[in-house]
Design a protein around this ligand. Structure first.
Ligand code: GTQ
Ligand code: FE2
Length: 371
């Protein structure tokens, strides 16, 4: 007899058994044993559950505080002068979501952040300042507002500011994920190498790989993008063209592009996918949810998002997070300029194991009712 596989599981009340069946739980506990049936429905939930809550870090709150930190602690003492963005659901543990760390970093004129490397992959998006540098694996790049810069796993990196204005950027790392796996390693390049030797031309990787070319018989074998810096000016150009062409208009995401590794077409970092999207004046995107957790950074403009039923008003420089499986939708008023949102998510961690799911809200008008 052939068994039919139901395409839709029937919904039923989960029993959530409290029946200890006369077993001696204390005795079992001493033996590090416990009946699964007592906790089954807490672990095997029908849908994802998360401690992470939607939250917005307003640039108007953050900016004066990171500048104050700049007056009170030297880069030398801090090593990395960063104010972390903590998710209110994590009880103070570092992390903006369960897998992603974020924060704002400040480097004052004349300062350096010494060379080190670590297991977590990192990305930066420049908020303010012009021309401070980061050097990754011997390649230096001068960073401008909106630029997206990657620092792969275990790559030597240092930062410095040889300009006369402060430089502030958003950091994004998969650090909570690495910590959850107990897989952290960290080391410094050490004495005399606070600034690592620059061994490649300025923007070597952009010229090599970001023009539809690749060196013949290229030996690059990293599981990350070889491109160090993705310029915001080019992102704006591409988004503008996509908008004019009327293509790639996803109801859920407006006009959106992915930052890719040109060698694979996949994400720039093995654990983190990054995107930029244009929300046009008068646009209200259809609600969508997926199993990835993510952070949004407002590159330009202003608007509002409803994340998990919570309305977050945002403007340039703000950062906000969307928990796993929370409906999210974005809106820009017709009287406002187009807005550009940068976002990064942990989908690449989930996809290889078939954990990733995505769903658009098809009921009603495709919007949540906001609180
Ligand atoms: O700039 O290298 O926000 O190593 C956290 C850890 C930034 C960095 C962070 C880091 C860095
Ligand atoms: Fe680092």
């Amino acid at each position: 007899m052939a068994l039919e596989t139901p395409t839709r599981a029937r919904k039923r009340e989960r029993p959530g058994s409290k029946n200890t069946a006369g077993l001696d739980l204390d005795e079992l506990r001493k033996l590090w044993l416990k009946p699964l049936w007592l906790v089954l429905s807490d672990a095997f939930t029908d849908e994802p559950r998360t401690q992470i809550v939607p939250h917005i870090w307003k640039w108007s709150d953050v900016r004066p505080r990171i500048l104050e930190a700049g007056r009170r602690i030297s880069a030398e003492e801090a090593e990395r002068r960063v104010l972390m963005y903590l998710n209110p659901g994590l009880n103070g543990a570092p992390g903006a979501t369960q897998t992603l760390f974020s924060g704002v970093q400040l480097i004052m004129p004349g300062e350096i952040a010494p060379t080190h490397r670590h297991v977590p992959s990192a990305l930066r998006v420049v908020i303010e300042g012009n021309g401070a540098y980061t050097t990754v694996s011997g390649e230096k790049t001068l960073m401008r507002p909106g630029d997206f810069v990657t620092t792969p796993n275990w790559a030597w990196h240092d930062h410095g500011n040889e300009t006369d204005e402060p430089m502030m950027w958003l950091d994004g790392l998969d650090m909570p994920f690495v910590l959850a796996l107990n897989a952290m390693f960290y080391e410094e390049l050490g004495d005399g190498y606070d600034i690592q030797p620059v061994t490649r031309e300025l923007d070597d990787s952009q010229t090599r790989y970001n023009r539809g070319f690749r060196p013949h018989r290229d030996a690059f074998a990293g599981n990350y993008s070889p491109i160090l810096n993705y310029r915001y000016a080019e992102v704006r150009e591409t988004l503008a063209l996509m908008e004019r062409a009327g293509d790639a208009l996803s109801e859920e995401e407006g006009v959106m592009l992915d930052y890719i590794n040109p060698l694979t077409g996949g994400p720039t970092l093995p654990t983190i996918d990054a995107h930029a999207q244009l929300i046009r004046p008068g646009e209200h995107t259809r609600a969508v949810r997926d199993t990835a957790s993510r952070l949004y950074f407002v590159l330009d403009g202003r608007g509002a998002s409803i994340i998990g039923g919570q309305r977050l008003e945002w403007e340039k420089g703000d950062t906000f997070c969307a928990p796993t499986w929370a409906w999210r939708e974005h809106r820009v008023a017709s009287s406002d300029a187009p807005a550009v949102l940068f976002s990064f998510d942990d989908a690449p961690i989930q996809k290889p194991f078939s954990f990733y799911r995505r769903q658009a809200l098809l009921e009603g008008d495709g919007h949540q009712s906001s609180l």
